[in-house]
Design a protein around this ligand. Structure first.
Ligand code: K1U
Ligand code: ZN
Length: 186
C-alpha cells in the first residue's frame, strides 16, 4: 500500500469531471486501497480519486464512529438512485481545503448504486454522516467542492485564504499525510 499526495485547492484537477471506470480490476483495487490508507493517515472520513490526482470515478469512505471497528467502503462509478426530499445541515471539511469548514445542506438520506472492489454492482442506503460524506465525495467526481454550495461571498473568502496560504508557503500544493505509529512524540 502507498500514501498518496493530496492536492490542495485551488487546482484545476479539483475542478475537472472524472471519467467512469470500465472494470474494477487489480489496478483500481490498488488505487482504492492506497486511497483508504491515505484517508486514514490524513485523517479523514472520505477521499475521492481526483484529490490524489487520478481523474477516475472512485471514492472511499469510512464513517464509523470512534471506538467502532473500521468500516471501509470502496466505490467505483457511484450513482445516487434515490434521495430524500428533506435536507439536513452538516459542518463539512475537506482534505483539499485544509482548516476550512462550513455548513452545507444536502438530502438527509440517499440510495447509492456502485461497483465494489469485486466489480459487483451493489446498492446501499445511507443517512447521517455516511450520507453526507458519500455526497461530498461524489461532488469531487464532478469537479465540485463543498464551497461551491456556499454563497459567492463565503466561497471567495475561503479560496482567497487558500491562494494566499499556498503563495506564502503556509500550505503546499500537495501534501502526504503522516502515518501515526501510536508512539508518543518526545
Ligand atoms: O473529501 C474529503 O476531503 C474528506 C473529508 C470528508 C468529509 C468530512 C466531513 C463532512 C463531509 C465530508 C474529510 O474527511 S475532512 C476531515 C474530517 O472530517 C475528519 C477528520 C478526522 C476525524 C473525523 C473527521
Ligand atoms: Zn473533500
Amino acid at each position: 500500500m502507498a500514501l498518496l499526495p493530496i492536492i490542495v485547492a485551488p487546482d484545476p484537477r479539483l475542478k475537472t469531471k472524472a471519467a467512469p471506470v470500465g472494470t474494477v480490476d487489480a489496478s483500481i483495487v490498488t488505487l482504492m486501497n492506497d486511497m483508504l490508507e491515505t484517508m486514514y493517515a490524513a485523517p479523514g472520513v472520505g477521499l475521492a480519486a481526483p484529490q490524489v490526482g487520478v481523474l477516475k470515478r472512485v471514492i472511499v469512505v469510512d464513517a464509523a464512529d470512534r471506538g467502532e471497528d473500521p468500516a471501509p467502503i470502496r466505490m467505483a462509478n457511484p450513482e445516487i438512485v434515490w434521495e430524500s426530499d428533506d435536507l439536513a445541515p452538516y459542518e463539512e471539511g475537506c482534505l483539499s481545503l485544509p482548516e476550512e469548514y462550513a455548513e452545507v445542506m444536502r438530502p438527509a438520506r440517499i440510495r447509492v448504486r456502485y461497483l465494489d472492489e469485486n466489480n459487483e454492482l451493489r446498492e446501499r442506503e445511507a443517512d447521517g454522516l455516511l450520507a453526507v460524506v458519500i455526497q461530498h465525495e461524489m461532488d469531487h467526481l464532478n469537479g465540485t467542492l463543498f464551497v461551491d454550495h456556499l454563497s459567492s461571498l463565503k466561497r471567495n473568502m475561503i479560496v482567497r485564504r487558500l491562494t494566499k496560504a499556498k503563495k506564502t508557503g503556509d500550505l503546499l500544493g500537495e501534501y502526504v499525510p503522516v502515518v501515526r505509529t501510536g508512539q508518543k512524540e518526545a
